[in-house]
Ligand binder design. Structure first.
Ligand code: NAD
Ligand code: MG
Length: 386
């Protein structure tokens, strides 16, 4: 029986994780659930899964939930504040931590889980983008296991050799990209794209921030950086290929010419179940793939002029050091500005590029360096908003 903490429990990945865990009550016990401020959603989850403890980053929402639990006689403890998310990640009863908070807010709890030697199921790609070398070191030193949940990276994880020393024959990895909702939209209309259009992904159903990232292809830029850190690759060993059907989730190319792919229906419950049970395999509730119905798989080259955010992400990966943290922060501010109606769609790349042109960069010495780069880039991005 493995104790499970789900950070970001009320989000898209959090809900899919609970769905998989609920199918295997003999294997997983939900010990802790955390979120930002959705007290009502967390209350429902607590009633169903009876965790020992829940946490809300927002103190007001946590107070409300604690009062409600006391009145209803629910024994689950309620913790408050951002630090409480890290507390959940390090509880001795917790074996596996699902890191599914969105954005830079997920970094402290992800690091805490790694340092505590947990199995870290990493959906929060932003933490690797910001602090890749620090997080990978924390995993190694903490004796943690890091299993990627991002579907592309989980596919690569599945296709890589798992025997010790087996990486030698790996030549490159191929990240697939659906191309998002605007793959074929006339470019001169990009300025008119609304948040609702950007959040309506043709294949995946996700939270709003990652949906916008998928529409600008910044998501693939972040995933490019994520792949370099996770698998210890040089940026020249990571190739991005457009694949609109999102059936081939990514591939690993070997020295002998073999290309190994992982295929499946586009449903996050597959990578989640893979990471929860690894190296075993368990049912996930995902529909099985009917290749005859799929019939064809298309591949193409991404258009970097149409989607400059992908090029910016790749440039950040090549620059390394603190540049990815700055790009991630600028992207978070720009996306929030777009969702709030302050910035148009094409402005997202412009804001990120203007911040990137001004960042000091330099190597990552400590977490404080990363947090400073994050703060500076946010301030610059806010200045760049119209
Ligand atoms: P979401 O917006 O649906 O959910 C985000 C969750 O994080 C919510 O539970 C929210 O309460 C919590 N949260 C937000 N800010 C917080 C804070 N400051 N403190 C504590 N909790 C906070 O997002 P999502 O789509 O589930 O994505 C979560 C992460 O997984 C992102 O990093 C995303 O890039 C990654 N991811 C998601 C998918 C997907 O299919 N949704 C696929 C791959 C990777
Ligand atoms: Mg992905």
């Amino acid at each position: 029986m493995k104790g499970l903490a789900i950070l970001g429990a009320t989000g898209s990945v959090g809900l899919s994780t609970l769905d998989v865990a609920a199918r295997h009550p003999d294997r997983f016990r939900v010990v802790a659930l955390g979120a930002q401020r959705s007290a009502a959603a967390l209350r429902e989850q607590a009633l169903r899964f009876r965790p020992d403890v829940v946490a809300l980053a927002d103190p007001g929402a946590a107070r409300e939930l604690a009062a409600d639990f006391a009145q209803a006689g629910i024994a689950t403890r309620v913790l408050a504040g951002s630090d409480a998310l890290s507390t959940l990640a390090t509880l001795p009863e917790v074996d596996f931590v699902m890191a599914a908070i969105v954005g830079a807010a997920g970094l402290p709890s992800t690091l805490a889980a790694a340092r505590a030697g947990k199995r870290v199921l990493l959906a929060n790609k932003e933490s690797l983008v910001m602090a890749g070398p620090l997080l990978m070191r924390a995993v190694a030193e903490g004796g943690a296991t890091l299993i990627p949940i991002d579907s592309e990276h989980n596919a690569i994880f599945q296709c890589l050799p798992h025997a010790a020393g087996g990486r030698a024959g790996v030549r490159r990895v191929v990240l697939t990209a659906s191309g998002g909702p605007f793959r074929n939209r006339p470019r001169e209309t990009f300025r008119d794209i609304t948040p609702e259009e950007a959040c309506a992904h043709p294949v995946w159903s996700m939270g709003r921030k990652i949906s916008v990232d998928s529409a600008t292809l910044m998501n693939k830029g972040l995933e490019f950086i994520e792949a370099c850190h996770l698998f210890g690759l040089d940026p020249v060993q990571v190739v991005v290929v457009l694949h609109p059907q999102s059936i081939v989730h990514s591939l690993v190319e070997y020295a002998d010419g073999s290309l190994l792919a992982q295929l499946g229906a586009p449903d996050m419950r597959t990578p989640i179940a893979c990471a929860l049970a690894w190296p075993e395999r368990i049912a996930s509730g995902v529909e099985f793939l009917d290749l005859v119905k799929v019939a064809r798989l298309d591949f193409g080259e991404p258009d970097l002029e149409r989607f400059p955010c992908l090029a910016l992400g790749q440039a950040a990966a090549r620059a390394g050091g603190l540049v990815p943290a700055a790009v991630n922060a600028a992207n978070e501010v720009a996306v929030a500005g777009f969702l709030a109606g302050r910035l148009n769609f094409t402005g997202i790349a412009e804001v990120i590029e203007s911040v990137m042109n001004k960042v000091t960069g330099g190597p990552i010495g400590s977490i404080d360096d990363v947090l400073r780069a994050d703060r500076e880039a946010r301030a610059r991005a806010l200045e760049a908003l119209p």
